[in-house]
Design a protein around this ligand. Structure first.
Ligand code: GRF
Length: 209
């Protein structure tokens, strides 16, 4: 049984999508062992509590990055976490944190990386005038929005879009992409050469509306 640790700072819709995929059997042999937020008021944390999951606040306020990371890693290890999923976690991980879970930390970003890393990626893409955007699930390394890409999903930018409608359609794809990426990583059916990940697994997920 795999134990997932979810790190979030806000709304938590990607966390919910992952938890729903586990409950529905789209991610097999896994459970959410702990949900950790650096912000006490994160709505995603309340949702985790309502779902009966272990939900912790480990505040990052005023702490040096690595000190906070050490507290978070200690909590993840206490819960025997073997896959860390960043789901709207608004913190860059220290190199030390990254080393604690080699190829076992994933992040989701709402653009087709390497385009538009950082904050407000959907707004950046919209303002740039791209005709296609999307989302990326990637391994986490020491650099922001940078590690090897596991899954990407494209989303067309429509003439009728504004940044909010575009972000909403990207979010729908995020929820599908994260489940696919988790299945690839937990299934260990991939190889990485340089930045290129090749998966021999058909990870495509069918979501029921
Ligand atoms: C998502 O757009 C994700 O790609 C980005 O932060 C947002 C988090 O949304 N990293 P939610 O908290 O999962 O709803």
């Amino acid at each position: 049984m795999h134990s997932l640790g979810i790190l979030l700072s806000g709304r938590g819709s990607n966390f919910v999508a992952i938890a729903d995929s586990i409950d529905a059997g789209r991610i097999a042999d896994a459970r959410v062992a702990v949900v950790i937020s650096n912000r006490a008021g994160a709505p995603g944390l309340a949702t985790a509590g309502q779902r009966g999951l272990d939900a912790l606040v480990i505040s990052s306020k005023g702490k040096p990055r690595e000190e906070h990371d050490r507290e978070v890693v200690a909590a993840l290890k206490q819960h025997n976490v073997d896959l860390v999923c960043l789901a709207g976690y608004m913190r860059l991980l220290s190199p030390w944190f990254v080393k604690q879970f080699p190829r076992r930390i994933l992040n989701i970003h709402p653009s087709l990386l390497p385009a538009f890393p950082g904050l407000e990626a959907q707004e950046q893409a919209f303002a740039y005038g791209v005709k296609v955007s999307g989302c990326t699930v990637h391994f986490v390394d020491e650099e922001l929005d940078h590690g090897a890409i596991i899954v990407q999903k494209t989303v067309p930018v429509l003439d009728s879009d504004d940044e909010h409608t575009l972000a909403a359609r990207i979010l729908e794809q995020e929820h599908i992409a994260y489940t696919e990426a988790i299945n690839i990583v937990l299934g260990e059916t991939f190889e990485i050469a340089g930045r290129r990940l090749k998966s021999s697994q058909k990870a495509e997920v069918r979501m029921q509306k």
